[in-house]
Design a protein around this ligand. Structure first.
Ligand code: ZN
Length: 219
């Protein structure tokens, strides 16, 4: 069951107050139409009835896809009540082998869904981003290296050209988003690296798997 409530939000353009629908939890088995709306972000967009401005509603929600055995907790404020998190973790454990993730913003939630929908592993994808950044930084030279190593990258899609698979990562470049294709062999290599490094392990419960997390483990 998806839980809905309402909240009063202010328009970022004209300041008018509006009554906004908020999903406290999302269950894609009960409400399959919500999945696409989360994936394209439209679930979190509300239009101002006064001026028409599209606003983003930032709120905490628990995304649950029982078919994929996946739960993602979106917590824009960063903090989760420990007891609630434990209870949901135990509940998920009782239902089988669940993937539990925590994200801090809507675009990260969208990215996780794209990764899992493509049948890929998000830890391996973070590793792919890491090696891609290192390679780009080495090519760009010393003065730009630090900036490139901190470049925010997102998984965009897995595609096929001829008989080879590739992965497109997107990142901002001079104010616009650009894509960079890496061969699927990079993904396979990264999977191998992770299998040889058991210290890079996802913590139990609602784990945060992102670039900062991976960098902290790689030292
Ligand atoms: Zn407005």
């Amino acid at each position: 069951m998806s839980l809905i409530s309402h909240t009063s939000a202010g328009c970022c353009k004209c300041g008018s107050k509006a009554d906004v629908t908020v999903y406290r939890s999302i269950n894609t088995a009960d409400d399959p139409q919500l999945k696409e709306k989360v994936k394209d972000g439209s679930l979190f967009v509300w239009q101002c009835p006064e001026c028409g401005q599209a606003n983003l509603a930032k709120y905490e929600t628990l995304y649950h896809d029982p078919d994929a055995k996946l739960m993602i907790w979106l917590t824009p404020s960063g903090d989760l009540p420990e007891s609630e998190m434990k209870a949901v973790t135990n509940h998920a454990k009782a239902m089988g082998d669940y993937t539990l993730r925590r994200v801090g913003d809507i675009s990260s939630l969208m990215e996780k869904l794209l990764i899992f929908d493509a049948g890929l592993d998000d830890v391996v994808i973070e590793m792919c981003k890491y090696v891609t950044r290192v390679e780009m930084a080495a090519k760009a030279g010393e003065d730009k290296a630090t900036q490139i190593l901190n470049l925010p990258m997102h998984f965009f899609r897995k595609g096929t050209q001829g008989d080879t698979d590739y992965i497109t990562l997107s990142f901002p470049d001079n104010g616009k988003m650009v894509g960079c294709n890496i061969g699927f062999n990079v993904y396979e290599d990264c999977l191998g690296i992770l299998q040889r490094n058991p210290s890079i392990k996802v913590e139990e419960g609602f784990a945060k798997v992102d670039g900062a997390w991976l960098t902290s483990l790689l030292g």
